[in-house]
Design a protein around this ligand. Structure first.
Ligand SMILES: O=C(OCc1ccccc1)c1cn[nH]c1
Length: 255
């Protein structure tokens, strides 16, 4: 997969050189290119923003600069690698509080894309005509990572790149655990993970639940399902309401 990220703060993405993503880049699984948006300005101040039409507080990012940046990046294509055929254009992702919720399901969908381009907005956002211009010929998704307002899209891109990156083949240590992720479609859909334990069996007087030491896989699976349900009801009642009995039966059938 090729990942292009455009930002006025490219230094935000230094963390992508470490851990899972760093290894994937070394392995060639991921081709990450960070771009400084100001490289496509032509004035001495490298201006990327201006006052909003219609008035109001804050500034809006200029369409011309974004258009030149995205055109230049597309011209560097097509992106090869990844599961599918080479992609002539990227799928553009724009983090914004007013976007569609970014979910594990969307992370899985994006992990199958050969080429993603993340556009980091700052100030009040990017002139809407940019999304309209590129939306006419490629997928453009405005996505939110949560109901709060950040100063810019950079941190949201780090979140999405990590959620997507860990799903790529060869990036995650044991690919098995991605299948059992919370929120992933399938057995764990709408169920949160329950509590986890490791050695020692007793720590400061706290014992590990007996059933987990029993070696009885059926009882362990049921206990884990029940704990997951308990935590989901406690922390995310709206998810608990959405669990279809089929999901729970699936767990029981696996027991
Ligand atoms: O603040 C966010 O993105 C940065 C941004 C983009 C456009 C205008 C204001 C702020 C965000 C919050 N949840 N998901 C994304």
């Amino acid at each position: 997969m090729r990942l292009d990220i455009v930002s006025i703060f490219p230094e935000y993405f230094a963390p992508l050189d470490v851990s899972l993503i760093g290894k994937a880049r070394e392995r060639g699984t991921l081709d990450v290119r960070i771009h400084q948006l100001r490289d496509w300005t032509h004035d001495v101040h490298k201006t990327v923003d201006d006052t909003p039409y219609g008035g109001g507080p804050g500034m809006v990012m200029k369409p011309e600069v974004w258009g030149e940046a995205i055109d230049a990046i597309i011209a560097e294509g097509p992106a090869v690698g990844g599961v599918g055929a080479p992609a002539a254009t990227p799928r553009i992702i724009v983090p914004t509080p007013s976007g569609r919720p970014f979910t594990q399901e969307i992370a899985q969908e994006l992990a199958a894309e050969p080429w993603l381009l993340f556009a980091c907005g700052r100030y009040e956002g990017i002139d809407s005509r940019v999304m309209r211009e590129y939306g006419a010929r490629m997928r453009v998704d405005e996505l939110s990572i949560g109901d709060y307002v950040l100063a810019g899209g950079e941190v949201a891109v780090l979140v999405m790149v990590e959620a997507i990156g860990r799903l790529l083949p060869g990036v995650l240590g044991n690919v098995h655990s991605a299948v059992d992720d919370s929120f992933a479609p399938g057995a764990m859909r709408n169920l949160l993970e329950g509590p986890v334990y490791t050695k020692p069996p007793v720590w400061r007087g706290h014992e590990v639940p007996e059933v987990l030491l029993s070696g009885h896989h059926g009882k362990i699976a049921r206990w884990r399902r029940d704990e997951a349900l308990r935590r989901t009801v406690a922390n995310r009642p709206e998810l608990a309401a959405a669990i279809d009995p089929e999901t729970l039966d699936k767990h029981d059938r696996k027991l």
